[in-house]
Write a protein of this length. Sequence first.
Length: 141
Amino acid sequence: MEVTQFTYFQQVGGLECKPVTGEITYGLERLAMYIQGVDSVYDLVWSDGPLGKTTYGDVFHQNEVEQSTYNFEYADVDFLFTCFEQYEKEAQQLLALETPLPLPAYERILKAAHSFNLLDARKAISRHRASALYPAHSHPD
């Protein structure tokens, strides 16, 4: 079971990284699955109290179902395009101030990226439009 991921950054935000930086990440749930000897994240014991065991699935499964249903079936595409464009515009404005505000701009970029990912989940953007909207997320042909 894969629990660790190594990522090397040669470029971030269009800027070359010198030296190339690295990141090591791990999935906490995957580590817990290994430790508890279960094959599904939903079988992880979340707590073991006087009323019995509560699993990760008991706590999070319904949220996963509802969020996935929203993301793939009901997210309002027009609203998401508006959000994406507004977040991007505001980020640019924050960076163009006499005294730029990069941290609030970064927060807006994260929100724009989330809107983009929802649009992608709804299959609301073509590869061509994806490249134009969000070049860092474009898919290779």
